[in-house]
Design a protein around this ligand. Sequence first.
Ligand SMILES: [Zn+2]
Ligand SMILES: [Zn+2]
Length: 442
Amino acid sequence: MVHLERKLMKLLIKGGRVIDPASKTDKIADILVENGKIVSIGRVLGTRHEVHPAPNLVRGKRDTRVIDAKGKIVVPGLIDMHTHLREPGHEEEETIATGTRAAAKGGITTVCCMPNTHPVIDNQTTVEFILLKAKNEGAVNVLPVGAITKGSLGEELSEIGELKKAGVVAISDDGEAVMNALVMRRALEYAKMFDLPVIAHCEDKNLSKDGVMNEGCISTILGLRGIPKEAEEVMVARDIILAELTGGHLHIAHVSTAGSVELIRQAKKKGVKVTCETAPQYFTLTEETVSQFDTNTKVNPPLRTKLALEAIKEGLKDGIIDCIATDHAPHTEEEKNKEYDLAPFGIIGLETLFSLIITELVNKKILSLMDAIAKVTINPARVLGLNHGELKVGFPADITIVDLNKKWKVENFVSKSKNSPFLGWQLQGQVVNTIVDGKIVY
Ligand SMILES: [Zn+2]
Ligand SMILES: [Zn+2]
């Protein structure tokens, strides 16, 4: 039924401010969508389609649905290249159905789901399970990331060729660190053969051992065990050296320290094939918020210092940090409602991603609107080699419409879990429609 409707439906997005970083477009235009693809972008003069002033969504003539996007921005559907959907294995925290609905609400049309599920995504069968579930129950595109090692145990490489054939877009042992440098070297070599990026969760487990927050004055005052910034930086340095050795594509996940930004800056200057991402918590929050003992400030890597936060913003500004991803990590209230020491790491982020970028980076003049949009569209698409993330004739009609002026309070979540440190925040810029393959999913 859905497919039938999709085939017959034409969609006209009228009069919005179309911003597409890939083509450096920023103009008022109409976008026409047919059979799930973008068929034209430009002023549609003398249109036969009626546009009613309200509501925002109406059915025009000739089976064309019309969205009046006047006063809104129309951008490529966002890509979140770092999401934990928890299915299979932890459906009490999130499922493919609920996680992709949360993504749709956040304007995200493609999520890359991390492999630390149960079972781990380290084989063809699990990849196929996720793709099938996503096709039947998902609201947005789901692209699995396969595990670097079997069971993400850091010992034996997964069958990377088999994973690629099954449909993974990258490999990662995210949540765990690949502690053995030889295993990481081989991973980069194989991944290069199969043209896949290796997404590195950079954490030296010996240095971070038992830590729950950033190591420094505040951890000492609070009596909590610290994770030094060096736990991240020594692994960033090691993996850059291995990327240089192998020529493999290294993508560093959730960069959180000034030292990491500097190491990546030097590596890029040298021509090492390295890209990276940060997450909104690292440009909005610091370790000081931990003093409330709210377990929704417990993330891995931990929230850092004001100095680190400024370095992350600087890295975003000068392009050293390519992408912004959520590291959406749902946990139930029961799991998070524990002592700080015992609660699991992670926060949700799909529904607040874009508004946090607008409020904290664009409005505060850290990034231009164009550059900000690039970090969640074309940049992750280029890292992963996807034909998403741009508004282009012939491409899948994955489109997000945002009211930049709308202020809203973070209060209700579509996600199955509610573990967000941004609850109650006043944000600017609200997603009004999300379109995947020409179909309105939000
Ligand atoms: Zn991670
Ligand atoms: Zn993660």
